[in-house]
Design a protein around this ligand. Sequence first.
Ligand code: FE2
Ligand code: FE2
Length: 159
Amino acid sequence: MGKQARAIVDLSLKELVRELNKAYCDEWLAFYLYWYIAHVVSGRSYANIKSALEEIAKDELEHASELAELITTLGDVPSSNPMDIEKNANFPYTLPPKNTADINRIIRVVTEAESGAIEIYHKLAKKTQGKDYHTHQLMVHILSEEIGHEERFENLLER
Ligand SMILES: [Fe+2]
Ligand SMILES: [Fe+2]
């Protein structure tokens, strides 16, 4: 991002980048959690949740890439040390259920992660509205994908 593009950002860039980096860390934790559960989930009806987790994990990794690009564009760099990822995230890492066949508990854990993501991107979309159009556009894009993820996971709950 050039000088003029940064000049029109009507927010503290330092604070914005700090918040974007927290979201970047959340994305890595979500990616890891979903990717991990996709590999260990078991039981009679594991197939649907496995494919949902695999596909959504890819989206979370893409969000991490988009945020890394944005942070770089804003003149900074995202967290470089994997050891700092949880410390810098908005939410602590949730361990997956020990019982890998407990589909409903797995779904509760991942929908909770999506609900946290929706809260964060909603906050960032509001914060950047009319202040930083470039960041705002990405926040709205990611928010709408997180809304889709929550719905997809909720629909897998076994009644
Ligand atoms: Fe995400
Ligand atoms: Fe998500």
